[in-house]
Each structure stands twice: as C-alpha cells, then as structure tokens.
Design a protein around this ligand. Structure first.
Ligand SMILES: [Zn+2]
Length: 372
C-alpha cells in the first residue's frame, strides 16, 4: 500500500522514531522530532493550508507514538497522508534514527533497509518430544510457538525385559515421537506461511533433526538452510542469542553464495546484469529473478510522471512518452519496482566487507529450452 501510494494525492508525512526508552520513561524521539518539525514549518510557512495539514498529520503521528499499544517497541515508522484519517504505524525491533520527511509520497528507505538488512528465518529447536519455533533475524529472536507431548522415555534397563515386550515398548515410543514430529511440522507450516521467511534453521541433535525433517512437507524441507547442534538445556535467553547468531551466520553465507553466483555468471556472460540503469531496464522487462544491492546507492533518479519510466541520468522529458520527468529517490524507486514484481531482494550491508559489481546487480531468469 505504501509503495503504491501515488503522487498528486497531497502531502505525506513519514516519521521514523527511536522509541527505546532511556532511564525512566522519557522518550528519545521527543526533542529531535520537535526540531525537525520546526524546520518543516519554516519551509512551508508561506502556505497556510499545507501548515494546517502538516499539523493535523503530526498530531496523529504523535498520538500513535505515545499510544500504550506501542509501549516497549524499540522503533516506529509512522506514515500520515492527506487522504487518510488514520496513520499507518509499523513497529520495529530496532530503533530508527529520528526523522521527519514531508513529501508527496511515503519515504520508505529506512524501513525497507531495516527489513532487508535483517532477513527473517524460522528457527526450530526440537528433541523427541518438545519443540520451540522462533522467528530469528540477525541480532534478534522471538518465540512464536512451542509444543510438548507425552513420549515414553527410552528404556535403558534392558536387562529386565526382553524380546516381545521390549519391542512393543520401543514401537510405542517411536509412534509417539512420530506423532509429535507431525504436530510440530503442522505448527511450522502455519508459522512459515504467516510471514515471508528466507529459510529454516534446525537446532538439535543431528539424528533427531534428520527424522523430523522427513516429516516436513517437501516445500518446507527444501527451505532448510542450516542445521545447528544444540542440546536441550540452559537458559532461555541463551537459546535466543544462539538463534539470532545462527541467523546472522546464515544470512552471511547466503550473501556470499549470491555474490559468487553473480561472479560466475559475469564470467560466463549470461543471465546477469549490473549497474542501476541496466537493472532498471531488466526490471521493466520482467527479467529479474534476484536483486542484490549494497548501501552506497543514495543517488537521485528521474522518473517520468506519466509512464513511470526511471532514469539514472537527468531527463527533463521522457524519451518514451515525452511527458515531464521529476526527481525521485533512485534507491526507493528501484526497490519499489523489485518488490512489486515479487523479485527476491537481498541487501548486503557495508560491514560484511562484500562488494557488489556495479553497486547493484540482478540475476536474470534463464531462457530454458522448451523441452527441459
Ligand atoms: Zn514516459
């Protein structure tokens, strides 16, 4: 909805806030956002209607930031629009730098960056009778669901019961474990479908995880990106820290593999393109499967206000339809196009030390022979 917001529908105020608390309950966002608001008022002072609309939206944004429903949230992105009687508020697990942007469309870069920088994984910790499902992102983990079922213990005193009775007990135990695995797999499926996840991480003993994996539906079993040895013991926070760490590692592995694939294809000279204008072209042609970009793309682009074609160099009139072009945030425009086309988008942060050819690269759909 935010990406699709059209220009020409009046004013949009985008607010990013650091809502983590210092000391008691004093908000960090108050003074810096008041300062930003003063600057906006100065800029639009000669247009009383705009000032009035700005104050209306600001009031709604402030209400949202102060509302009890968002207490304990570390970051908030709140958007107000001239045509909306309510704001759109999005909570974040990390604080945003305080910012107030007034434009004709929502300013989404900080929000998209935060989403893409910390991809979501589903982490499943399990043994033979109890499991926990976490949403794991680099730097954070959140318990989504947990499950525990009655499974008889393994009979280790084999000296007393032999033969048939022993076998019956063992078979009953196996059935109970299988039942538990199936229930857990069902819960995993529900969690998987609730959000967009980048992959599944399994934690536990290898042999148990192998058996559980066999009970996952094929479409989920394919998504397992990592298996991590973990004994069911210790404090909860320790497990969550580990899950968050594993998510960071999985993300880095994936980023390296992605860039290796870009490099391989560049050498082959097929199914890849690099650089903003080339990527824009490929997006417009519906050829992009995966988009990879880094942090240094804060450039300005030019967008046709009629056919919405996007250019990296200044174009006063669109070369295609001759309509006027206006300045736009190149980065946000490319991202919006990619997300609207359901392209798999990857952001590679600067601190990984990884370099992207052309600052932005796209893996293209391969032309498959018809008989394949
Ligand atoms: Zn045009």
């Amino acid at each position: 909805m935010l990406l699709d917001h059209a220009r020409g529908e009046g004013m949009v105020v985008s607010c990013y806030a650091d809502t983590s608390v210092v000391g008691g309950f004093e908000a960090r966002w108050g003074p810096p956002l008041q300062q930003e608001a003063r600057e906006v008022r100065k800029r639009i002072a000669d247009d009383p209607e705009s000032v009035q609309e700005f104050e209306r939206q600001l009031g709604l944004i402030r209400e949202s930031l102060e509302s009890a429903g968002h207490r304990g949230v570390r970051g908030m992105a709140v958007f107000g629009g001239s045509k909306w009687d309510r704001v759109v508020a999005i909570e974040s697990e990390v604080p945003f730098a305080n910012r107030l942007v007034v434009n004709e469309e929502p300013y989404l870069v900080p929000f998209l960056l935060e989403e893409l920088q910390r991809p979501r994984y589903l982490a499943i910790l399990t043994d033979t009778h109890r499991g926990r499902i976490y949403e794991a992102r680099p730097g954070s983990a959140r318990l989504l669901d947990e499950l525990e079922e009655d499974v008889p213990r393994k009979n280790r005193s084999a000296g007393e019961r032999w033969g048939k009775q022993q076998a019956t007990i063992a078979r009953h135990r196996e059935e109970c474990i299988l039942h538990y695995f199936k229930d857990l797999a069902d819960r995993v499926e529900v969690a998987w479908d609730e959000h967009l996840h980048r992959g599944i991480i399994l934690l536990g003993e290898h042999e148990i995880l192998e058996n559980f994996r066999a009970e996952l539906p094929e479409r989920l079993a394919r998504q397992v990106v990592a298996e991590v040895p973990h004994a069911w013991a210790g404090e909860q926070p320790a497990i969550e820290d580990q899950v968050a760490r594993v998510a960071s590692e999985a993300a880095l592995v994936e980023q390296k593999e992605l860039l290796a694939e870009v490099g391989r294809r560049l050498q082959e000279g097929s199914a890849v393109t690099t650089g903003p204008q080339e990527v824009i072209q490929a997006l417009a042609n519906g050829q992009v499967r995966t988009l990879v970009f880094g942090p240094d793309l804060g450039a300005v682009g030019w967008r046709c206000n009629q056919c919405r074609s996007l250019f990296t160099t200044e174009e006063r009139a669109c070369p295609y339809c001759k309509s006027p072009c206006e300045r736009a945030d190149l980065w946000q425009e490319i991202l919006a196009r990619a997300l609207n086309h359901r392209v798999d988008v990857h952001y590679i942060p600067a601190d990984t030390g990884l370099r992207i050819p052309g600052e932005i690269a796209a893996l293209l759909l391969r032309d498959e022979p018809q008989w394949s």
